[in-house]
Ligand binder design. Structure first.
Ligand code: SF4
Length: 322
């Protein structure tokens, strides 16, 4: 693994104006992503975990510049994506692809598997019909699909096979950086491990860099080199995978670890200590956004926003007390 960042996210914010609760109230801001810093090195798998509504998917779209940030920047190979010309951005997008959560809705039902996988090649004007057909067959083989099924439609495939079509489409342009947004959460548990193993295999063979997103800590732990923990639009902790369970120290990470069920006897307890709902991103708590659910909260937690700080190599944390 080389050690130069492919993606550097700096003080990134995405605030959406939404209607107030009454007819005459002013619009308020929904702080989906609120000052996030994250660096992803070439060839690594950065796992991103957090409950639904914590801003993970918005961060994914911002990382690929599918949305404009309210503030802050995303650097791709050291260059701010906002400074790219349209032509440069189009070229950069070849190197940055996304695998979507839902293999049912992310594939056009009117196109064959082959046409879906070929589409990015056509959009970028790559190859002629014959060479594209050969590439589609090759891609289908790479992801474990039978190339003879290129003329079938998505509904003729199983859920796992449909996700393989989505992965083949994402790989068609030979990207460097792939955002996998909950790539296995819509699949049966029995299929999840197959898709995770496929993604790991492809990462190794093609030297890909992943931002791998899941609400399931066990899945993220299984695949990642580093694990980033997000809560209510903010980064709580970023820690190396090695010894994650003993190193992770943020109270929110601790709660996620306790909540994550494990099969092994003597493993982590199954009961969750994480009580209550995640607060609204329209009116997040003052100070530390986790304080309303944190069993360790003190008065300082309501007054000051904890900054994400390095506490040792490969470990950053945003907490006043840890
Ligand atoms: Fe809990 Fe305070 Fe740390 Fe936030 S800053 S996680 S409220 S102890």
């Amino acid at each position: 693994m080389e050690d130069s960042p492919i993606i550097s996210i700096e003080k990134l914010k995405k605030h959406y104006p939404v209607k107030g609760t009454s007819l005459f109230s002013k619009p308020v801001l929904l702080k989906a992503v609120d000052g996030v810093d994250l660096t992803i090195e070439q060839g690594e798998i950065m796992g991103l975990v957090g409950e639904s509504g914590c801003g993970k998917s918005t961060l994914c779209r911002l990382a690929l510049r599918l949305e404009e940030p309210t503030k802050g920047s995303v650097l791709f190979e050291g260059k701010d994506l906002s400074l790219y010309s349209q032509k440069e951005l189009r070229l950069a997008r070849r190197s940055m692809q996304m695998i979507f959560q839902d293999p049912y809705s992310s594939l056009s039902p009117r196109k064959t598997a082959g046409a879906i996988i070929e589409e990015p090649l056509i959009i970028y004007g790559l190859g002629d019909r014959k060479s594209r057909a050969a590439q589609v067959k090759e891609l289908m083989k790479e992801v474990g699909l039978d190339p003879d099924q290129a003329n079938r439609y998505p509904h003729e495939f199983s859920g796992g096979e449909r996700q393989r079509i989505g992965i083949a489409r994402a790989l068609a342009l030979k990207p460097q950086f792939v955002v996998a947004d909950e790539p296995v959460s819509a699949l049966d548990v029995s299929i999840q491990a197959q898709i995770v193993n496929l993604l790991l295999d492809l990462q190794e063979r093609f030297g890909l860099t992943y931002l791998f997103v899941s609400h399931d800590l066990n899945v993220v732990e299984a695949v990642s080199d580093h694990i980033a923990v997000m809560y209510l639009g903010k980064m709580m902790e970023v820690v190396g995978k090695r010894d994650f369970e003993v190193s992770a120290r943020h109270p929110y990470t601790e709660a996620l670890l306790t909540a994550a069920p494990v099969a092994a006897p003597g493993g982590r307890p199954v009961k969750s200590v994480l009580e209550g709902e995640i607060p609204s991103a329209v009116a997040p708590p003052s100070g530390c956004v986790f304080r309303t659910r944190c069993p360790y909260a003190e008065s300082v937690c309501a007054e000051e926003v904890p900054v994400l700080r390095q506490i040792r190599p490969n470990h950053k944390i945003a907490c006043h007390l840890r």
